[in-house]
Design a protein around this ligand. Structure first.
Ligand SMILES: [Zn+2]
Length: 277
């Protein structure tokens, strides 16, 4: 499933090409992905100019607000479980699962989504943060507001284990299973540790570890992007080398103790019982 780093890499790959360009037309080849793709939406998108591309959590936000134009708004794209975006030259024949095209002058932004859980949405008006899908999202882990003090304050009084909390998008966005496990290992914190019992210093270490884990993954993905942008949907596709994730029974790279797997909130968690407390 595309995670925050893959979405950010897609955004970075699109930035040199799309801002300033008009959407000539939108082509929907199926009636719906996660939500309906009505002809009215295609008509709405035609003629809009993309000013900037932002990201909120795993949503890509195309700013089409225009210079005070009353009909401006935001194109919102979510890659879902298996979606990927690609820039292809105009006239490139579509392949299986290429469900949506946004045609720009000379180039096409092509959305492929075999499992059809992705989303292509339009939000009229300037206040995209108020879109129902975005309004419920927690803090951005790569934003300046996210640091050890924030994490310390957010976890006080919480008896729940830290790992599921890190993965709660209402609190903090974009920290998926792999990134939560890896960040906790880097910070030396057990995934089962009660969140409220993690001291201030360790909260600082954890916030830094979350940021570093995501940034490393973005950097690794960035190196594979050239004339197209993609996220192939493979689990951990941009992981440089996982320290714990997927390594049950293998020796910890720090202390040699076998990595353990456990079930937590319905997900498999990997940790080193010696390095993480
Ligand atoms: Zn260890």
């Amino acid at each position: 499933m595309p995670e925050l780093p893959e979405v950010e890499v897609s955004r970075l790959g699109l930035l040199p090409h799309l801002p300033g360009q008009p959407i000539v037309r939108a082509i929907f080849r199926i009636p719906k992905l996660r939500h309906a793709l009505p002809p009215e939406l295609a008509a709405e998108l035609a003629g809009k100019r993309v000013r900037a591309i932002l990201r909120r959590g795993k949503y890509l936000l195309f700013d089409c607000t225009g210079d005070g134009a009353a009909d401006g708004g935001w194109l919102i794209i979510h890659l879902g479980m298996s979606g990927s975006l690609r820039l292809v030259p105009a006239g490139t024949p579509e392949q299986k699962h290429d469900h949506v095209d946004l045609v720009f002058p000379g180039t096409v932004l092509r959305f492929r989504d075999p499992r059809r859980f992705g989303a292509v949405l339009w939000h009229a008006g300037a206040d995209v943060e108020r879109h129902p899908s975005l309004a419920v999202l927690g803090i951005e882990p790569l934003s300046p507001g996210f640091d050890g003090e924030w994490l310390y304050a957010a976890t006080r009084g919480r008896a729940a284990p830290i790992k599921p909390m890190l993965m709660d998008s209402h609190l903090l966005v974009g920290v998926g299973n792999i990134y939560a496990a890896e960040a906790l290992f880097r910070a030396g914190i057990a995934p089962t540790r009660a969140a409220g019992r993690i001291g201030r210093e360790r909260c600082h270490a954890l916030a830094a570890a979350i940021r570093a884990t995501l940034e490393d993954s973005i950097a690794a993905g960035g190196t594979s992007v050239r004339d197209y942008v993609h996220s192939d949907g493979g689990a951990g596709s941009f992981q440089v080398a996982c320290a714990v994730y997927g390594r049950a029974g293998e020796p910890c790279r720090v202390c040699g103790t076998p990595i353990r797997a456990l079930r937590q909130a319905g997900r498999t968690t990997f940790h080193c019982p010696r390095c993480q407390r």
